[in-house]
Design a binder for this molecule. Structure first.
Ligand SMILES: Nc1nc2c(ncn2[C@@H]2O[C@H](COP(=O)(O)OP(=O)(O)OP(=O)(O)O)[C@@H](O)[C@H]2O)c(=O)[nH]1
Ligand SMILES: [Mg+2]
Length: 375
């Protein structure tokens, strides 16, 4: 039986849920719930997404009423994702149903973190930590709450705004989903860490499948005056690294694997594992939704990344996605890619963006989010 998702809006979460239950029946399977996106707010402040498998009020003769049909059609991975979303939803409902329990500045912080797309469990953890730290100070106002929240987030993150480069050569591998910005980040890093610092480096592409991809990188390498190799097999890659043994850095570009190419990606991950001095940087677009970023960080752990690079920082003001993905991975964040310009749009990762997001200091950027949270 086919399953569709239906979205319901209302000014409170409970009202949106009630609407869903009225239409889909009391056993409507909740998929997601949370504040509506800015473009949806004209329909209501909260949205609830439920699976509609057409089973609103009828149970077929051969059906088990306690097991929704949609669950039986899903893979284990789908069910895990669904459980995670439900966990988030339950935690969020606990918060929205008892807003009166939170003092005003904390309630506002909760809204701000929700607007920044922090996953619900982390949001609750941060609220509890801020509350515990400020418990002794009954006069703590909004500013103290935001400062404490920023401190709590910073304590859970590491930044490593440089390439380790202790071993010669350090092999910097850029991996990540298709179109994440790997090749652009590689060229930006080569300019910043090798050309600008006069450190010897080479560029290797392992993406021989797309002629345009390897030609693009070859052109960049020749503009930078760096040696370039296309290595299509593990042996060729090892040889390319060995040939550039006197370089400080060998930058290795990889193809973008999508999630249905797991076998191929695993093959690549094994090939890279064999390269001594390898430091894989996982490039992920910060503009992905938080749950997608969390999922991506898990999927890409097969490449044993040593640090994270978040791209497309110019496309989102929300920090909850990249912050929670970094926390989930336990990896340091090295760089932010902030646009298409090479080499300008690469920023050493730091806590500044967290302070800006919570302190509303960044002109024209996070003001909108913070303003939204107050509504
Ligand atoms: N807005 C924005 N665009 C970016 C950023 N980084 C890369 N891009 C653009 O995104 C597109 C893809 O970038 P690539 O560097 O080719 O991405 P990739 O991960 O190497 O892509 P594949 O090799 O096809 O998997 C290009 O048009 C880039 O200019 C960024 O930080 N912000
Ligand atoms: Mg590429």
């Amino acid at each position: 039986m086919s399953r569709q998702h239906r979205t319901f809006f209302a000014d409170t979460l409970e009202a949106a849920l009630a609407k869903a239950r009225r239409e889909l029946g009391p056993e409507a399977l909740l998929v997601e719930a949370g504040p509506a996106a800015p473009a949806e707010r004209r329909h209501g402040a909260f949205r609830v997404v439920c699976a509609d498998d057409g089973a609103a009020s009828t149970v077929g003769e051969n059906e088990t009423p306690n097991c929704p049909r949609s669950l039986r059609d899903e893979s284990f991975g789908d069910v895990c994702q669904r459980l995670e979303r439900l966990e988030q939803t339950v935690a969020m409902m606990a918060r929205t149903v008892t807003p009166a329990a939170l003092p005003e500045p904390l309630a506002r912080l909760g809204n701000l973190l929700a607007v920044h797309d922090f996953p619900e469990l982390l949001l609750q953890e941060l609220l509890a930590a801020v509350r515990a730290r400020l418990a002794a100070d009954s006069t703590a106002g909004a500013e103290a709450v935001l400062k404490e929240a920023a401190d709590q987030i910073r304590r859970r993150l590491f930044f490593r705004p440089e390439l380790a480069g202790q071993r010669r050569p350090t092999v910097i591998v850029l991996a990540g989903p298709p179109g994440a910005g790997k090749t652009s980040a590689l060229v930006k890093m080569a300019m910043r860490e090798a050309i600008a610092k006069r450190r010897p480096a080479a560029i290797v592409s392992t993406d021989g499948f797309r002629v345009a991809a390897s030609e693009q990188l070859r052109t960049y390498a020749s503009i930078l005056g760096l040696p370039y190799t296309l290595a299509e097999t593990p042996a060729a890659l090892r040889q390319a690294v060995a040939e550039n043994a006197r370089c400080d850095f060998v930058f290795v570009d990889t193809p973008g694997f999508s999630r249905n190419e797991q076998d191929w990606a695993l093959e690549w991950a094994r090939m890279l594992d064999e390269i001594p001095g390898r430091e894989t940087l996982l490039v992920l677009p910060a503009s992905l939704r938080t749950l997608d970023l969390l999922e991506a960080v898990r999927w890409w752990s097969m490449f044993s990344p040593k640090a994270l690079v978040f791209s497309r920082m110019d496309e989102t003001d929300r920090i909850g996605g990249w912050v929670s993905a970094a926390m989930e991975s336990g990896l340091p964040v090295s760089y932010f890619s902030t646009g298409q310009r090479i080499p300008e749009d690469l920023e050493a990762a730091s806590e500044v963006r967290i302070l800006e997001a919570l302190g509303e200091k960044r002109a024209g950027a996070s003001g909108g989010l913070a303003a939204g949270a107050g509504r």
